[in-house]
Design a binder for this molecule. Sequence first.
Ligand code: PDD
Length: 283
Amino acid sequence: MPRLAYVNGRYLPHRMAAVHVEDRGYQFSDAVYEVIGLSGGRKVEPLRHYDRLDRSLREVRIAWPMSRRALGFVADTLIRRNGVRDGYIYIQISRGVAPRDHAFPVGAVPGLVMTTCRKPPFNGDVAGRGVGVILTPDLRWKRRDLKTVGLLPNILAKQEALDAGAFDAWLVDDAGAITEGTASNAWIVTTADVLVTRRADADILNGVTRLGVLDLAREAGLAFEERPFTVDEAKGAREAFLTSSTNWIRPVIALDGAQIGDGRPGPLARRLVARYAEVFGDR
Ligand code: PDD
């Protein structure tokens, strides 16, 4: 079965899939996107992803390229035709193709691209293993709540982490508080056993996985706070982890080379991984 991509109305072999050189997503990062996790053949929390897509589009004033229902149908068709059970679907909507000019083009049709990617099934095992993250200044713009494709600062930070032998970088704001990871949300568990993640304002992306974990925390009656936490607080935390649609829940066991807790995935993170796997994992 050849791998297909959806590009502006056509399902094309992935290696032939291309957009025009004057697509504004390509030239200006004038585009928004979503990454929806796929687990056991199901999309994980698609409604929350489509709601966030709707919000990103409205805030940057790009029209839906088709109805939300039709877009969901295209996504499902691509997932089915590519036979993907575990991994993710990538959806990008640009302001369209037009001669290069910063002003919004008149009459341009929004561009829609979708691709799928396979990943190992989420059964809690991989997610149970801990990773190290580094700290680096958050160099991004002031609307990080919008899922736009302008990811250069995220890419530079991720590569800095990989070059340092770490899994990811946690980004630090001017006040010394951690905002989030390069493509994930950041969490700690305090010494008082309180789960803490930054509140969802313009400083971070309100992750769908983040919302799912908050639901699980509520369901389990865990103490949690949505507020900024500093680098020092994170370094002294009992546990830490990150969340995203591509990594689910990943315990963080080292921060800038310093061990978190006892240097192993903590009990609360492991409990959340197990519960998340029950609710959303591959079955
Ligand atoms: N990124 N913060 C940032 C900056 C992100 O890019 C992402 C997701 C998240 C987590 O959001 P969610 O739980 O909805 O995946 C937080 C995707 C996976 C990406 O860019 O590939």
